[in-house]
Ligand binder design. Structure first.
Ligand code: KIV
Ligand code: ZN
Length: 514
């Protein structure tokens, strides 16, 4: 059991989560997510794998520089070059951690590393000792631990503890373990390792059999005091342990878990939404805690019970995790202060200029949409706070219909004047995108386009997500509007603006040795 019954929440959304298909984020997006993780009050942010690319190095370095509060952690393979590089990226952090890893299962040793157990043991000791010479906080992971020989694991973990590792992470790398098995492994290690109370046992579970959260919870009962997890459970293949689910599991089942986390539960929904907006990947409606249907009672018998007493069918009040009430919150006559106040309650602290931009979008929205809900406001903020808008949509007009040739005329304000272009396309959205391409000279391609309804009704806002690609670089953007063609055009323009911003002003430096 932990000294103060606190379970450490180690967030790896920006490392294990971000490396999964479709989830990659650029620097600015990583910083926005990291700021949200601070509001969520995670204990550790694993900011990336500096050796993976110059972009990853830069992201870890910027997060280390700009993000205050949590420990900033970087991942490194168990070799000197990786560890040194990781330490350099983490240098600006007030509180930093080097997380080094090497595989421990015979399958990995034989087919991947082509090393003996003795060689891996020696390499792990050398790596941890070196990391400790650079940084006082070192974590060690035995990759594929759940498929490794427990006796060898005990020897390996004992050796790295003796070499100075302060966190011993036990990964179920391929999501293979069942909960009772994983419990036994964690219990066995926790009972038999000779360690001081400065050493934490951590678990890192993947979700290939849908057991990542269950295995993490079982591990806490077996003595683990740190859980590695990601927002929305994103991660390699079927994902990682979901932060919101494991945190709420501990909270709701206090009877079985006499522990607490430092997580600000009211920030859970917002964290989930922000990540979806940044990656363009919506959570499935039935996802526990943050899915659209997570608190919806459809069956008559359930509705009847909930109306009589919420506890009949509700184990979590939606407000606890910050799900906005779908009550009318603002309307046409609401002023800037009311908007600012509501946004503050939703956890957004906007600067003067940001508030000005969001307020004018809100005014436009409340003109066409009588009821503006919290979800509408979240979408507005998420889609309107961007950097350096070189191109701004001035007007858009489209023609479409079953007999018409889809066409769009767009005017954009940029470089001190307003320019207009028309184009035809396969549909009105395509026509609008063609006109925007003509105006901006953007030569890349659209790789992803999706539309979803933000709130219900025919006057609902459509939330549009686009991803565009040029020269192997991808930019994503979202926008929302009651007219989905306008939202599409705005999202496309924002993505092009981001391209210009990052291409011209934010080129990552080449990192020596990469
Ligand atoms: O899944 C895994 O084993 C990992 C390690 C690097 C901790 O992500
Ligand atoms: Zn992993």
């Amino acid at each position: 059991m932990s000294k103060n019954n606190n379970i450490i929440i180690f967030d790896t959304t920006l490392r294990d989560g971000e490396q999964s298909p479709g989830c990659s984020l650029n620097l600015e997006e990583k910083l926005r997510m990291a700021r949200q993780l601070v509001r969520l009050k995670v204990d550790v942010i694993e900011a990336g794998f500096p050796e993976a690319s110059p972009g990853d190095f830069r992201a870890v370095q910027e997060i280390a520089k700009q993000i205050k509060g949590p420990i900033i952690c970087g991942l490194a393979r168990a070799n000197k070059k990786n560890i040194k590089h990781c330490d350099e990226a983490l240098a600006p952090a007030k509180k930093k951690r080097i997380h080094t890893f090497i595989s421990s299962s015979d399958i990995h040793l034989k087919y991947q590393l082509k090393k003996t157990r003795a060689q891996v043991l020696k390499q792990a000791i050398t790596a941890v000792s070196y990391a400790r010479s650079l940084c006082s906080d070192v974590e060690f992971s035995a990759m594929d631990a759940s498929r490794s020989d427990p006796k060898y694991l005990l020897e390996l973990y004992q050796a790295v503890i003796d070499a100075g590792a302060l966190t011993i992470n036990i990964p179920d790398t391929v999501g293979y373990s069942l909960s009772n098995e994983f419990y036994k492994l964690v219990y066995f290690l926790n009972e038999n390792l000779k360690k001081t109370d400065k050493v934490s046992i951590s678990v890192h579970c993947h979700n290939d059999l849908g057991l990542a959260v269950a295995n993490s919870l079982a591990s806490i009962q077996a003595g683990a005091t740190q859980v590695e997890c990601t927002v929305n459970g994103i991660g390699e293949r079927a994902g990682n342990c979901s932060l919101e689910e494991v945190v709420m599991g501990i909270y709701v089942r206090k009877d079985l878990f006499p522990y607490q986390t430092k997580i600000d539960k009211k920030q859970i929904y917002r964290s989930s939404r922000l990540l979806s907006a940044l990656t363009g990947i919506d959570v499935q409606p039935n996802k526990p805690i943050v899915g659209e249907n997570a608190f919806a009672h459809e069956a008559g018998i359930h509705q009847d019970g909930v109306l009589k007493n919420k506890t009949t069918y509700e184990i979590i009040r939606p407000q606890v995790v910050g799900v906005p009430s779908n009550k009318l919150v603002l309307g046409k006559h609401s002023g800037r202060h009311a908007l600012q106040d509501r946004l503050r309650k939703l956890g957004y602290q906007l600067g003067h200029e940001e508030l000005r931009v969001v307020f004018s979008s809100f005014k436009r929205l409340s003109d066409v949409k009588k009821k503006v809900f919290d979800d509408d406001l979240i979408a507005l903020v998420d889609s309107h706070i961007t950097h350096d808008q070189r191109y701004v949509l001035d007007s858009i007009q489209v023609v479409s219909g079953n007999f018409a040739v889809p066409a769009a005329t767009i005017s954009l304000a940029f470089d001190g004047s307003i320019k207009k272009e028309s184009a035809v396309g396969d549909g009105p959205v395509d026509a609008a995108f063609q006109a925007i391409k003509k105006l901006t000279g953007f030569k890349g391609r659209l790789t992803h386009f999706s539309v979803r309804s933000i709130t219900g009704g025919t006057d609902a806002q459509g939330g549009v997500f686009v991803a565009i690609e040029k020269d192997g670089k991808v930019m994503r953007a979202t926008s929302s509007h009651t007219d989905i063609i306008v939202a599409s055009a705005e999202a496309f323009i924002t993505a092009i603006n981001k391209f210009e911003h990052y291409h011209f002003k934010d080129k990552p430096e080449q990192i020596k040795g990469c």
